[in-house]
Design a protein around this ligand. Structure first.
Ligand code: T6T
Length: 335
């Protein structure tokens, strides 16, 4: 399983938030060395940027684009936004190559695979385009001038503690992941496994993968419930997975009671499932801030200013108890 290459200690914190309701705190990226520099208004005038999302319909990346577009406007830069229909390297690579051909000055990219995106990103860099990684990253730290992401390992650990508290620290739990080779979700699975070591009375079942399909996630729920009568908890590792797990539990008549769910991300559908007690907690990221920080780092690079190599954004555990205070953490389906 690919490890998250970003040294947690090197990340610069941007936010932390106490969480009422289940007594958990949010997660800062790491101890803040210093807040990342913010370029002055108008300092990106005439610069052309591009954002390449992991997928173009995911509320996480839509919210990221909202943050990036607003910051580009403040700086006087233009930005195009594009992404594949599915979270897939085979679909994303042609988009990367077509963006390279249009030669923007800088590109923000969420690589969909830690290895497969290295060659097209190398070509992009060789063309003189500044690269900034947002959300995900590749296993080559020399390509991007800056990488912005949540502290996913600690996010996975927060999910483990949250789920353990929800199930009374006993029973069996399963992680439903996207697919191997994605820096963020691999890191969350690592953090979850580390976090669960504190709860010896919880059995962690073999990890399952849904290929970022809500339908597959729903059918995995049914098969896991059938195979494990003592299943008491599920960690759904990203938006699409959480939405699918919620649907699967509802179909199985097990939601809210027998099986508790901690999902990652706070899409509108996931928040509705939280309000309906289909899922019980969501670990929310700050995609709009990731987009803003990505534009800032791109413009700093274009102006010959010093970049912050690794920037960590915060995470928070949202429950029904604190939802009314978490508006700034909720994702959008449109800007
Ligand atoms: O969880 C986010 C993102 O952080 C991850 O890299 C891929 O999945 C999402 O986009 C949510 O679907």
């Amino acid at each position: 399983m690919a490890k998250n290459k970003m040294a947690v200690g090197a990340m610069v914190a941007t936010t932390v938030l106490g969480v009422a309701g289940i007594g958990l705190t949010g997660i800062p990226a790491a101890s803040a060395a210093s807040a990342p520099a913010v370029p002055a208004a108008g300092s990106g005038k005439g610069e052309s940027l591009a954002l390449i999302q992991g997928t173009d319909s995911d509320p996480f990346y839509i919210t990221m684009a909202c943050g990036a577009e607003a910051e580009a406007k403040r700086l006087g830069a233009t930005i195009s936004v594009q992404g594949p229909a599915d979270f897939s390297a085979s679909e994303q690579i042609p988009i990367v190559n077509s963006v390279t051909a249009k030669h923007p000055k800088a590109v923000l990219i969420a690589p969909t695979d830690v290895q497969a995106l290295i060659p097209p990103m190398k070509q992009m860099k060789a063309a003189g385009i500044k690269l900034v990684q947002v959300d995900t990253s590749v296993n080559n730290t020399s390509l991007a001038v800056s990488s912005i992401t949540s502290n996913n390992i600690e996010g996975g650990t927060l999910a483990a503690t949250t789920l353990a508290n929800l199930i009374g620290k006993t029973g069996s739990v399963v992680v439903i992941n996207e697919q191997p080779g994605i820096s963020t979700t691999d890191a969350r699975a690592i953090g979850f496994a580390q976090g669960m070591k504190k709860f010896p009375n919880i059995k962690v079942l073999p990890i399952q993968y849904d290929q970022d399909s809500a339908t597959t996630a729903a059918s995995l729920v049914s098969s896991e419930i059938a195979a494990h009568p003592d299943l008491t908890g599920i960690f759904a590792i990203n938006t699409i997975t959480a939405e699918g797990v919620g649907t699967g539990l509802t179909q199985a008549g097990a939601s809210g009671k027998k099986v508790k769910v901690v999902g990652f991300d706070a899409s509108p559908q996931s928040v509705q499932q939280l309000q309906a007690n289909v899922v019980q907690a969501l670990i929310a990221q700050q995609p709009a801030l990731e987009g803003k920080d990505g534009v800032d780092q791109a413009v700093l690079a274009l102006n010959g200013k010093k970049n912050t190599k690794n920037i960590g954004t915060g995470l928070v555990a949202i429950t029904q108890a604190n939802l009314s205070k978490m508006g700034s953490y909720l994702y959008k389906s449109s800007c």
